[in-house]
Ligand binder design. Sequence first.
Ligand code: SF4
Ligand code: SF4
Ligand code: SF4
Ligand code: FES
Length: 961
Amino acid sequence: MIHPNAQVTPGHGPDMGTPLRESEVGVTLEIDGLSVTVPAGTSIMRAAAGRDVNIPKLCATDSLEPFGSCRLCLVEIEGRRGFPASCTTPVEPGMKVRTQSPKLQDLRRNVMELYISDHPLDCLTCAANGDCELQDMAGVTGLREVRYGFEGENHIKSAKDESNPYFTYDPSKCIVCNRCVRACEETQGTFALTISGRGFEARVSAGQDQPFMDSECVSCGACVAACPTATLQEKSVIEMGQPEHAVVTTCAYCGVGCAFKAEMKGGEVVRMTPYKDGLANEGHACVKGRFAWGYATHKERITKPMIRSKITDPWREVSWDEALDYAASEFRRIQAKYGRDAIGGITSSRCTNEETYLVQKLVRAAFGNNNVDTCARVCHSPTGYGLKQTLGESAGTQTFKSIEHADVILVMGANPTDGHPVFASRLKRRVREGAKLIVIDPRRIDIVDGPHVKAAYHLPLRPGTNVAMVNALAHVIVTEGLLAEAFIAERCEDRAFAQWRDFVALPENSPEAVSVVTGVPAGQIRGAARLYATGGNAAIYYGLGVTEHAQGSTTVMGIANLAMATGNVGREGVGVNPLRGQNNVQGSCDMGSFPHELPGYRHVSDTWVREQFEAAWGVTLQAEPGLRIPNMFDAAIHGSFKGLYCQGEDIVQSDPNTQHVAAAMEAMECIVVQDIFLNETAKYAHVLLPGTTFLEKDGTFTNAERRISRVRRVMAPLPGMADWEVTIALAKRLGYEMPYAHPSQIMDEIARLTPTFRGVSYARLDEAGSLQWPCNDEAPDGTPIMHVDGFVRGKGRFIITRYVPTDEKVTPRYPLLLTTGRILSQYNVGAQTRRTQNVLWHDEDRLEIHPHDAQERGIKDNDWVGIRSRAGETVLRAVLSERMQPGVVYTTFHFPESGANVITTDNSDWATNCPEYKVTAVQVLPVVQPSAWQAKYSTFNRTQLELLDAARTSSEPVPAK
Ligand code: SF4
Ligand code: SF4
Ligand code: SF4
Ligand code: FES
């Protein structure tokens, strides 16, 4: 059941008119005879709204700074001449304000007459009917006639811009209130919109008077949300009409974890509107969460269970019972023949905490081993290890909002405008307010040198040299006397610190020595280190460009060392902040998905911990860690690992060295895939269990801030069963009962067994909106900032981070370094975003190459190029880009046929086996045909799609439960 607090009103909702102001000083005034006390700096409009006095307005909205253009919010102030705008006039002590009088009513009606005389009168057929502030204001001001008539010059016949796939711009309805322009600047930070022309000619224009699709617009939808009329309107609303109810849920794309209102008509989503009360996003969103949800009802969804004996056999659509019976009997057959450890499971960061918890429980309790791993293995496992070793907890230290207090922001190996767009908007805003930015990244990413954001330092290091760079920054801090001595003395282990200090002070770690390997001038490294150490509150944000390396864990520890050395831990505006890739990376790690850890990061060898789970689950647990994902592949190829249950994770596309992974798949006897589409892994499966999208799920996600948020079902599961029910049904057939009636009961068990989750329940989440763990008796409202009075592990531990060059070296045969990343409009393996209109922005992966490297090879823009590494070869089209440094090439990995992971090797992080996706030595040369792998893939893919089609056309639909 949906909690009443989760049901919200569709549409614009309550609006205080101007943003909240924070001040210690309270100001008391009188509005319409009511005494009001508000923080100094508050507008009269907001003060009035706080007492339910709603002053008419059009250009004001509480997410944007006031602008004062519409003149609808005029008020009278005793002792003052004229009629000031209440949105731009701050309160003053003793002020006496009147918001209603015959004169004010006249003035407002006059304003409305002017607007309406240049506005189509098609309210009854307008898409915004019922959700239009202009319409509301016409009612509020009592507009009854338009004396100016409609015959004069007007914009009523202006042409629509339909270029954006998700929203239209209809200039005939524009009242030039500027809200969209301000939203694009203040909220999104893209500055794509302007008001071009003056007076009557004034109109909103994207870019240089271009269609939206040709401008810098990134389709975040902030302008659409801000528009008070139907001028900027979602196409889905135009097609489907206004929603009639809304439910609060959480985005299922990236680790920002934006809260949304799913605005519905019956069981259909009309639009997803970013939720203003969501603390991760505060009413903002990006093109993925806001618009790219159509995949949920895409015709290629798998909705019926299927089985086959061999992957060359046609699929057979079967009942849930038959599919689950078959999967269970196969797993038991394999265990009887090859031993208990011959099977395992993979959980996914796409799934909810509850689903993930159940899969690891299934593996440990029903399979009877610890062979469970998660896709976090291939992204942020070094974060878990590195932060645990140094700070004592495997998670980021701050809220996203904390960046509002940062004076220096260091971004390393992350590209927030593409990977974490809503966080990027916060970051850009803080930089516009004056914070200094340091970017450590091989590429000149957008935030290095955007039109409104410039980094004070960009250190374009060679891929694979992060540890050397971090050590050089530390060297400057230590040798130039920039250490936070008092913080270190009080909060960190003395001996470890002294050893670390002596180590980083060695000449081999000096910027001058390190510049040889990183390729970054020593002066730049010194400047950045001084700024980080002395610029005030300094916060580090990092991503997969840090973790996905042979020394990923070492760099994470090096980053933690830097923060401790400068005292930048334990308060607002500082900290160490991993930007998690997928929506529930944090949660999948928290839930015990790693083969060596039970939920809450407790080692399986800890007898006391194990005993608690054994008592609760009624089984004996293995005390030895199980297989990690790469070990599973190796064991499969060697013949000792024969069966896999893989929920919501496309290992064939996303893991490195595709041909090795495919060989492992082919070697197994039973692969059970639970997913929403026939993904690359499912093409090797023997049992395909249809999964559900976030719109069909009840559960929780945990974002990069450790924020646990509810995911609420708004549509019935298309396959008839929820994913958690499927896991339970499989366990039952394996002889293990999991008696839960609702995901809330799974969370109750997690809370009982996990100290950091002890205070978490659905009731608490519904009440609080979201909670950041640890949430328990010591922190009943959760923990926004960690390590405040001391580190979780007691004293912070500096760890020596010796730079060891990766084995992946350039040679004359492989002279370039390939690094990979993702793009704003697409998402990871692309299974969802490729099935939306987002393909209009990015419909193929390309290879970015510096013009110098391209010229040396005779490569021009758009040429087909072969990219060959020690692992394999693929062919993509080239894009010449000066964002690259010479010697480094880059690609995304959103399309399976690109085969980006055919080239990546199986080098991995020494501590966690996280693959070294970010460093692959390659050669790039012009070619005229696809690679041998691509040709083979094409045939395999075609066959698998035919086998699926055959199954689908030969059966009748199975009705949903
Ligand atoms: S959709 Fe976003 S980026 Fe595009 S114009 Fe609107 S606010 Fe700007
Ligand atoms: S498009 Fe909408 S928000 Fe922008 S100026 Fe026109 S009416 Fe205002
Ligand atoms: S920033 Fe991330 S969580 Fe927010 S809407 Fe975009 S993809 Fe979803
Ligand atoms: S709302 Fe105040 S001037 Fe427009």
